[in-house]
Write a protein that binds this ligand. Sequence first.
Ligand SMILES: [Zn+2]
Length: 248
Amino acid sequence: MKEIRDDAVVLRTYKSGESDRVVVLWTRNYGKVRVLAKGIRKTTSRLGGNLETLAHVNVDLVKTRGEFYIARHVAHRERLTTLRKSYARINAGYAVVEVMDAIPSDDVADEDIFELLTRVLLTLDDETYDPMLVPSSFYFKLLALDGSGPVVDVCVNCGRDVPLVAFDAEVGGTLCADCRSGTSISPNALQLIRRIMSGDLAAVLREESPAGAGEVMAIALDSIESHFGKQLRAARSTPPLSPPSPAR
Ligand SMILES: [Zn+2]
């Protein structure tokens, strides 16, 4: 009987039978696991409140027959009270865990990805950070961890260090006027992506609606959807707070 004691984040839950739920967790050391939470939908359930989407928990799990684990004990690691008070923060969190759930990784651990995920939750729980660009930043950093980060310093096609005027998620980065495909990118949006990817993220997230944010959100979403080859519902339903800059 396989037992797991680990940190985990709840990616999503779904109904199973009359009163059970399946809880999809991303654990630090075992990657994605599915927990069958028996009786969790009864009002008396002890586990219910601790296994909500976005919860950062410590779990004791036991492997059952089949693909599921059973939860023996669940405790909160972080309460995330600021995150849970704001729809904008919760929606940003959903747009992040939806992408985590799209990663095809059962029983494959990647501690860097887990660290990135928990950092994102703490960022969303910090009221000094604006949540708007958090999912976009997460997508870029996740792609970078996977060795698929977009090229944004030169033309991804010809490699020249010339003015960059377009971004094409299929090609994987920015393009010059000669090679252009995909969508236009403004200097502001380009600058913003470079800041996000180069370690200036904390400063970016302290700015309210920085110039180019709408474009960056669209580009990040195109990039992550192109990577996984699927449309993301939660991410798409989070409207940009500022209109995208006009194409030029
Ligand atoms: Zn080029």
